[in-house]
Design a protein around this ligand. Structure first.
Ligand code: SF4
Length: 229
């Protein structure tokens, strides 16, 4: 748990809704449509997937339990415009849904980063969902829940982490199959760190004139992927 996170609250004393968190921090958004904008991150603990390139393995277990009241109060201290709920897999904890509602009610622009294996039903429609579709080389493609695609809203975003050319071709197929470029606000392609160069991916995108946005992870460039950024 990052040392700038809120103090733990004993959840055994009452039935107040709680969540297990790995960290909360204020940083620049490293990806998505709001890249570069100051954002509060709420990182929930736990994930049912094990993608080969995962860069948040430290969020698989551990963490500390906090009440939703405590989380909301801590977020408010930063006075953010943008709040991102991430993981791990945030939707693996059912109380993620009331947290999202609460953050939206507080007036923040809230985004949710989800790995695509958990149902999106119940996510507050004000939330911008960033749905990560798992490619063949992620090792978790079979976990994609395609029932989520019709639930995507026009302001949502779909992300692919591309490890190799086969992933890229698979992504192109999915782009066409689900008409993703017109279904959501943005289709995001990230080269898998250490597996595919950004330059190579950029050249493929240009050759095919794809209606996508390529992104490099700003937080890795700035802070070398240290937790808390
Ligand atoms: S879904 Fe995200 S947090 Fe879970 S293993 Fe894959 S990359 Fe890591």
């Amino acid at each position: 748990m990052a040392d700038h996170a809120p103090q733990s609250t004993d959840s055994t004393l009452d039935t107040t809704p709680t969540l297990r968190l790995t960290e909360m921090f204020y940083s620049l958004q490293g990806e998505t449509r709001t890249v570069g904008l100051p954002t509060v991150f709420v990182r929930l603990t736990g994930c049912p997937l094990r993608c080969v390139y995962c860069d948040t393995e430290y969020a698989f277990s551990g963490g500390e339990i906090f009440t939703l009241d405590h989380i909301a109060a801590k977020v408010a201290e930063w006075q953010p415009r943008y709040v991102t709920v991430t993981g791990g897999e945030p939707l693996a904890q059912p109380n993620c849904l009331p947290l999202l509602i609460r953050l939206c009610d507080a007036g923040y622009e809230v985004s949710l980063e989800t790995g695509g294996a958990m149902p999106l039903a119940g996510v507050d429609p004000r939330v911008v969902t960033v749905l990560d579709l798992k490619t063949p080389a992620s090792g978790e493609m079979s976990r994609n829940d395609y029932a989520n695609i019709p639930l995507l809203k026009p302001h949502d975003q779909v992300k692919f982490v591309i490890c190799d050319r086969a992933d890229y071709e698979w992504m192109r197929f999915k782009l066409e199959e689900y008409q993703l470029a017109t279904r959501v606000a943005e289709v995001l392609l990230s080269p898998s760190h250490g597996q595919l160069s950004g330059r190579e991916l950029a050249e493929w995108i240009l050759e095919d004139n794809l209606p996508v946005r390529m992104q490099l992870q700003l937080h890795k460039i700035l802070w070398n992927d240290e937790p808390g950024h």
